[in-house]
Write a protein that binds this ligand. Sequence first.
Ligand SMILES: [Zn+2]
Length: 116
Amino acid sequence: MAIVSYRIYCSDCENQTVIQEDRMSDHPWKISSKPYHEGLCPSCNDAVDAESADDWSPDDEEIAFEELDAIGESGAKNLREKGIVTRGDVKEASDEEILDTSWVGQKGLESIRRSV
Ligand SMILES: [Zn+2]
């Protein structure tokens, strides 16, 4: 089954993030409306205690690989299966590791690197 991701914009500030549907339940962002891509980021959400809001960093943001040039749904799925999901994962992954992913080529690698 395809993994569905949603881009969510904070209604109180400029923050935005991408959240996979199957991870929404334990994600620090509060999603108010999936169809309208509305939510509340951890720093604007009073219900999230300050400590866990501090734990959230841009490196935790999940990447919507499907939105990148030269990467299709198969490539995106294969990357996630390898554990390459967030910006931080991409920064830690080597070029070889990313290129070794089925359906991800040199152009895909370049657009992934550009996105982080
Ligand atoms: Zn916010």
